[in-house]
Design a protein around this ligand. Structure first.
Ligand code: K1U
Ligand code: ZN
Length: 176
């Protein structure tokens, strides 16, 4: 089966507020498995369900698998929430839905993530570094927020102009 495509900016579905997961069905399990496949294939270190067109509060994160010798061990997080933010950190972020762009974003340096897993068990992680940044980035997706919303207006405007040109070029190539 083909992998689910990742929606790209400026797709309006990336701007929706995702709905809570109220029951873990086979459909949710299949979606979580598909999302892990997409994350590893892209490759990425996280993915939120709205990025594959499903407006529900489900994210997958694996910030370690790209390191040499580390096994794949995805966190599958239902209805994730953040609390107890402390400190500030600036990180260079990218996004699978925002092609060909990276920028520095200021985030909380440490956060507590609470969620449930596919078996309904509670998960609580006090995170820092890349994992803390990734949790914040993915939970933003559930609110329809993209990392480009956290950068200066000038940088965002420049990116949007570049992206419009890119899309126009792609359209022209497709028409040929
Ligand atoms: O949500 C997404 O679009 C995934 C995104 C997550 C993220 C990246 C950087 C900082 C915060 C959150 C990505 O995974 S972009 C790709 C990426 O960061 C990466 C890919 C391969 C190896 C290492 C990193
Ligand atoms: Zn993203």
């Amino acid at each position: 089966m083909a992998l689910r495509p990742v929606l790209k900016f400026p797709d309006p579905r990336l701007r929706e507020t995702a709905k809570p997961v109220t029951e873990v069905t086979d459909e949710i399990r299949d979606l979580a498995a598909d999302m892990c496949e997409v994350m590893y294939d892209e490759p990425g270190i996280g993915l939120a369900a709205p990025q594959v067109g499903e407006s529900i509060r489900l994210v997958v994160v694996d910030t370690e698998w790209t390191e040499e010798g580390v096994e794949r061990n995805p966190l599958i997080l239902l209805n994730p929430e953040l609390s107890e933010p402390t400190g500030k950190v600036t990180w260079t972020e990218g996004c699978l839905s925002v092609p060909d762009f990276e920028a520095e974003v200021e985030r909380a340096a440490e956060i507590t993530l609470s969620a449930t897993d596919l078996d309904g068990n509670p998960i609580e992680i006090r995170a820092d570094g890349l994992q803390a940044v990734c949790f914040q980035h993915e939970i933003d997706h559930l609110e329809g927020t993209l990392f480009i919303d956290h950068i200066s207006r000038l940088k965002r405007t420049r990116y949007i102009a570049k992206r419009k040109k890119q899309l126009k070029r792609e359209e022209e190539e497709d028409a040929r």
